[in-house]
Design a protein around this ligand. Structure first.
Ligand code: MN
Length: 248
């Protein structure tokens, strides 16, 4: 039994180290992760230059690319056998609602899913994550469950783990994605030569759609949130409307 671990915070990130250590109690774990922090990289693939895979020892490989590059190369080049699961994380910080569009943590899992392997994205919903041990324990319980009751092919789960004590899998809640407030802040500063530079500002907090049933609500209540995701972005509910709009 083989598990592929990746992330977007980089191969040395404490959340990934804690996750890989916990999963090694279950079987063989190979880590293929970015050599630097690529949070916010989404599903980007690097197409304008070649990629290098650096073996770091102990079945850990660092790639000078994005999370999606890492999982693509892991499944096509690094691993000889197909892994049972792709597990991405544990991200330092939540990935709720709109975040999943931008998240490199979710993207690493999504790349696994797109390549036909069930995948989990794990995020620790803490503003100042230090101790990943409780989150890693929850991850271990979840992966154990996935191995005992295999997920359908290409299933993708987005898991957010709150700070605090309610980490039991039995108390985890199945949720849907909520929505953030769009604050759309660009922070303007000056470089040393007086020219303007801009930082993309932090995301907004929970928006209008953060009530019962959403991932935001579960985390606000201190409960583990598990959201099943799909990669097909088709708005099925609007297909008939669009056919009418075209006058067919
Ligand atoms: Mn990250």
């Amino acid at each position: 039994m083989h598990i592929l671990v990746s992330n977007d915070d980089g191969y040395r990130a404490p959340g990934l180290v804690a996750l890989a250590a916990a999963l090694r109690t279950l079987g063989q774990v190979t880590v293929v992760a970015p050599e630097a922090n690529r949070s916010g990289a989404s599903n980007a693939l690097t197409l304008d230059r070649p990629l290098r895979i650096s073996p770091m020892g102990n079945d850990v490989y660092a790639v000078d690319g994005t999370p999606a590059d890492c999982v693509f190369l892991a499944l096509t080049e690094v691993l000889v056998e197909r892994p049972a699961l792709v597990v991405s994380g544990i991200n330092a910080g939540e990935n709720l609602g709109d975040d999943v569009i931008y998240s490199g943590t979710v993207a690493a899992a999504m790349e696994g899913s797109l390549m036909g392997v069930p995948a989990l994205a794990l995020s620790f919903a803490s503003l100042d994550p230090r101790d990943f041990a409780p989150a890693a324990e929850l991850a271990l319980a979840l992966v154990r469950r996935c191995l005992a009751r295999p997920l359908p092919r290409a299933t993708l789960l987005n898991v957010n783990i709150p700070e605090g004590s309610q980490h039991a899998l039995t108390q985890a809640r199945v949720t849907r994605l909520g929505r953030r407030r769009r604050e759309a802040v660009a922070i303007r500063q000056q470089d040393p030569r007086g020219r303007p530079v801009y930082w993309i500002g932090p995301p907004g907090g929970p928006g209008d759609d953060a009530g019962a049933g959403t991932d935001f609500h579960a985390i606000a209540e201190g409960v583990v949130s598990i959201t099943p995701l799909q990669t097909d972005l088709s708005a099925f509910g609007h297909i008939d409307e669009l056919v009418n709009w075209l006058g067919h």
